[in-house]
Design a binder for this molecule. Structure first.
Ligand SMILES: [Zn+2]
Length: 293
């Protein structure tokens, strides 16, 4: 199933529903960062959540989600833009824990306790920043807590990654069902009842469900108004020019110091693991540019 995101409304517009399939984007992240199964489960759930939360981004808008726990994975950072490009990394991609008591990847244990931060710049007006303490570190629960605290909306968040025995990502995606302000208690009761019977979102995707089918499975018998479907993909916006600007930001003296001691500079983009090499001559050119500014 191709990576895609769907935006929709249900219960006569009282509930907002987004669903996503992002198997290929998460596999790209796993491949680039050589993630352990638990690390890619945590990173993939975070990537899916970031895109699901990106509702409303325009133009140059972007959203960044940071999960800072005290577990062995360290921090997780994901960003998405208005064109549904996503990228992300985890500080300790090789960290791994034994399976939890349920025989599942122990994402909560690997993330640990800490905070979830969301910074959303929709592209117009002031950027929004919010944070909540992590509830379980399983990501889905934490994002639901974030929506309850920051937007005062009760939400169901299910995000999942299915990792194969050879470590590649078999399925990744999720759904956010968000009761908008004023939604009746009967709707919440109805939702609660439906959720008792639905299977894990990664299982649905593994069986071939697309984003609309995920919604249909979660909201059986509910009238859903589909608004938009978009392609989703992994992309990092780093390039040589940006890295050169970063190096110049270190200042003339620091660059001269690097040239003197190392003879070159190798910069690795955290998000995509791309390596950028600047030779002695190239560093000299940057230093000369700085001298002329
Ligand atoms: Zn990059």
């Amino acid at each position: 199933m191709a990576d895609e995101i769907v935006r929709s409304l249900a219960y006569d517009g009282q509930v907002r529903v987004s669903s996503i399939v992002c198997t290929e984007a998460v596999e790209e992240a796993r491949r680039r960062h050589q993630c352990s199964p638990t690390a890619i489960a945590a990173l993939g759930r975070s990537m899916a959540s970031t895109l699901l939360l990106s509702w409303g981004l325009k133009g140059e808008g972007s959203i960044t989600m940071r999960v800072f726990g005290d577990g062995p994975l360290g921090g997780i950072i994901c960003t998405a833009d208005a064109d549904y490009h996503v990228r992300g990394y985890v500080q300790e991609p090789q960290a791994e824990l034994p399976l939890n008591a349920l025989g599942k990847l122990d994402v909560g244990g690997a993330v640990g306790q800490g905070e979830l931060y969301v910074a959303k710049d929709i592209g117009v007006g002031e950027p929004y920043m919010g944070s909540v303490p992590l509830v379980t570190g399983e990501i889905g629960d934490d994002v639901a807590s974030y929506l309850m605290t920051s937007e005062q909306t009760p939400s169901v968040v299910a995000v999942g990654v299915l990792v194969d025995t050879d470590y590649h990502v078999r399925a990744a995606g999720g759904i956010i069902i968000q009761a908008l302000p004023g939604a009746g208690d009967d709707i919440l009761d109805d939702l609660e009842e439906k959720l008792l019977h639905v299977r894990p979102v990664s299982t649905l995707i593994d069986e071939g469900a697309d984003a609309k089918e995920i919604i249909a499975q979660y909201l059986q018998g509910v009238d859903v108004q589909y608004l938009e479907t978009h392609e989703v993909s992994w992309r990092c916006n780093c390039d040589r020019e940006r890295i050169a600007a970063l190096l110049k930001g270190l200042g003339k003296e620091e660059l001269e110091d690097i040239r003197e001691k190392e003879g070159h500079s190798e910069v690795i983009c955290h998000f995509c693991n791309e390596r950028y090499l600047f030779t002695d001559e190239e560093l000299t050119a940057l230093i000369e540019e700085l001298a002329q500014e």
